[in-house]
Design a protein around this ligand. Structure first.
Ligand code: SAM
Length: 236
């Protein structure tokens, strides 16, 4: 259970209405029941529910079960063009399971969707983090235009652009060469990037074009494939 408060052995955390409802109505738990709690900073604690009503409650931390993973390699970012019909939520959920550190919805010229419900995506990310027992809560950034994203980019973070055509190196080679360094993956919309976008991307010194095999993958598959390759090549 994600609790946005400091956690320590013996400490008490207050549950707000949202967390109290989730415990009572979704997990069907009550006073005395055990819960694993994390806050993205202090590791994980086995806690028990001390009090619980419809709109409020308290958790007591019994003992620490996992320490914060301070030596983990930096988690990759996923920059993706939002998709139609619930597939954006699906991308968020699966990317969180595969270890993404930050998700950034990016608006491109051929994108199908030009607005996203960020609050809903943040809730999806938190839920997925709880489900897969992560110790952190991945960040979901506000949606941003591709051009603006690139003009503000920190060049220390390599940007792997998934491109099914043109000169691209296999992703596994590229991520192995960047092991331990901050990286991001950019996946285009179902209609792909347009040629001007690809040309502009390829001119940037921090961009590396990468291929994900000989077939044209759906955008969501491309995102999961990139993250899975990163994980298999030594990511956490
Ligand atoms: N019709 C589009 C085109 O030809 O550009 C296909 C776009 S594909 C459905 C959606 C996105 O997935 C692409 O923009 C690219 O980022 C990524 N992608 C799909 N297959 C890929 C592959 N084999 N290698 C690298 N990226 C791929």
């Amino acid at each position: 259970l994600f609790i946005d408060q400091p956690l320590s052995p013996g400490g008490v955390a207050a549950l707000d209405g949202d967390r109290a409802h989730y415990l009572r109505a979704v997990l069907r738990q009550g006073p005395g029941d055990g819960v694993l709690a994390f806050n993205g900073r202090d590791g994980e604690f086995l806690a028990h529910i001390e009090t619980l009503s419809k709109s409020v409650g308290t958790l007591r931390m019994d003992r620490q079960t996992r320490c914060p993973a301070n030596d983990a390699p930096p988690a990759p970012w996923l920059l993706f063009a939002p998709l139609k019909g619930g597939r954006t939520e699906y991308v968020v959920e699966k990317a969180v399971e595969l270890g993404v550190g930050r998700l950034v919805p990016v608006f491109t010229r051929r994108g199908d969707v030009n607005r996203v419900n960020i609050d809903r995506l943040r809730a999806n990310a938190l839920e997925a983090a709880e489900q897969c027992e992560r110790l952190d809560a991945p960040d979901v950034a506000d949606g941003i235009d591709l051009q603006k994203l690139l003009s503000d980019w920190d060049p220390a973070r390599t940007l792997f652009v998934a491109a099914e055509s043109g000169v691209a190196q296999p992703l596994v080679t590229a991520v192995t060469a960047s092991a331990g360094k901050p990286v991001a993956f950019l996946v285009g919309p179902e209609g792909g990037f347009d040629q001007q976008e690809l040309d502009a991307l390829r001119r940037l010194p921090f961009v590396v074009s990468v291929g994900l095999g000989p077939r044209v993958l759906r955008a969501d598959t491309a995102a999961f494939s990139a993250l899975a390759v990163w994980q298999a090549a030594g990511g956490d």
